[in-house]
Design a protein around this ligand. Structure first.
Ligand SMILES: N[C@@H](CCC(=O)N[C@@H](CS)C(=O)NCC(=O)O)C(=O)O
Length: 215
């Protein structure tokens, strides 16, 4: 069976990591194209002509359509390949899960992205300042995620007994936090859920260090 999708990503990109998890959970075959972000390849004309924002991930379908933004890509995959479902059946459950995913995707991740950190460096911030910035936004974002999970009496995963959209966003963000030596002690529910996810091959095989382009 030839792959029906092509994923432009980078091993360390947590947004691409989300899409890798989603593809694995759906059991979909994919060809990986590595875009070396630290080397700036996302800014070259070749990639920018595919993705005007110069960001990964970008998913190309068998029909040649190109999709950007990990949330949109993952919801597209969920609609095209409904089993296993990434969202609960009830509207309240769906809003809960989407809320968690957006707390990560909209309120934490964009502030700690490579281009933002590079801009801070350009404005004269040293590496201690960069780490303080990074940790600040993690703390501001993960605390409320933990609170919501505790209040909802989260199951093995963010919403019940099977992994879904919120877990797909949580694991890469926690992986980034670990890389930046952020203390996850105050977030026991997050740690428990992430451990449960990592025990699944779909998550484990999507991890940065498992990718062929890992440095
Ligand atoms: N909101 C976007 C974020 C995409 C994004 O920020 N990608 C990062 C890697 S995780 C990137 O390509 N960064 C390149 C840069 O900062 O120059 C999504 O969810 O797809």
């Amino acid at each position: 069976l030839s792959p029906s999708y092509r994923l432009f990503g980078y091993f360390r990109s947590s947004a691409a990591f989300r899409v890798r998890i989603a593809l694995n959970l759906k059991g979909l075959k994919v060809d990986h194209v590595s875009v070396n972000l630290p080397a700036g390849l996302q800014h070259q004309d070749g990639f920018r002509s595919l993705s005007p924002q110069a960001l990964v991930p970008l998913l190309e379908t068998a029909g040649g359509d190109r999709l950007v933004q990990s949330m949109a890509i993952i919801e597209y995959l969920d609609e095209m390949h409904p089993k296993p479902a990434f969202l609960p059946a009830d509207p309240l459950g769906r809003a809960f899960v989407r809320g968690l995913a957006q707390m990560i995707a909209c309120e934490i991740h964009p502030l700690n992205n490579l281009r933002v950190l590079n801009k801070l460096r350009e404005l004269g911030q040293n590496e201690d300042g960069i780490t303080a910035w990074y940790h600040h936004w993690l703390q501001a974002g993960l605390g409320p995620v933990e609170t919501r999970l505790v209040a909802a009496n989260a199951g093995t995963f963010c919403a019940g007994e099977s992994p879904g959209l919120a877990d797909i966003f949580l694991v890469p963000q926690v992986t980034n936090a670990e890389r930046y030596r952020f203390d996850l002690g105050p977030y026991p529910t997050i740690r428990r859920i992430v451990a449960a996810c990592r025990a699944l091959p779909a998550f484990a095989e999507a991890a940065p260090e498992k990718q062929p382009d890992a440095a």
